[in-house]
Design a protein around this ligand. Structure first.
Ligand code: IMP
Length: 174
């Protein structure tokens, strides 16, 4: 894979912001139990770093969805790995890598709400406000970015670049 990459959010910025998000989550759910959901594949790295900054009793669940082909959302969300534990009556924290058109996040919210949790809190490392195609409220956002395609720190281009330890803007995509 040969893309022109320019670093956008470095390791230090990621770590500082994630520490703060971890504190916010710890404060919000003080004295409560939590189910943290990792949305695969893109949020695995963010999820792993974030939950280590959360000082609470929590369990982890993994939900696989796919909507992207190349660099644009297909608009159709496909479940690749379903949740197999009940969410009913539980505090759920949904952890996403990026909200672009908002279609995936809204789909995830609808799916989890239908399982009747006690509460649902959404957290996304990145949000592209200019790319939203439908209204999409996210409770906790790491960074707002421009409408540009990014890779690294779990985010991919055709499966590659997930292992970069930072977020980079990708150019020369074709
Ligand atoms: P949405 O449904 O358009 O909001 O897209 C959400 C999903 O598309 C994310 O969970 C990512 O997997 C993927 N995605 C959106 N923007 C980017 C990007 O800039 N780089 C890599 N993947 C992206």
């Amino acid at each position: 894979m040969e893309l022109k990459l320019s670093k956008m959010i470095d390791e230090q910025q990621l770590s500082e912001r994630i520490k703060q998000l971890g504190k916010d989550i710890t404060d919000k759910f003080q004295g409560e139990d939590l189910i943290a959901i990792c949305v695969l594949k893109g949020s695995f790295m963010f999820f792993a770093d974030l939950i280590r900054e959360v000082d609470l009793d929590l369990t982890c669940e993994f939900f696989g969805v796919s909507s992207y082909e190349g660099t644009s959302s297909s608009g159709e969300v496909r479940v690749t790995l379903d949740l197999n534990h009940t969410m009913e009556g539980k505090n759920v924290l949904l952890i996403e890598d990026i909200v672009d058109t908002g279609l995936t996040m809204n789909y995830l919210k609808r799916t989890i709400e239908s399982r009747k949790p006690k509460s649902l809190t959404t957290c996304s490392l990145l949000l592209k406000p200019e790319a939203l195609k439908e209204e999409c409220h996210v409770d906790m956002v790491g960074f707002e970015i421009k409408n540009q395609f990014v890779v690294g720190y779990g985010l991919d281009y055709e499966g590659y670049y997930r292992n970069l330890p930072y977020i980079a803007q990708a150019e020369n995509l074709n």
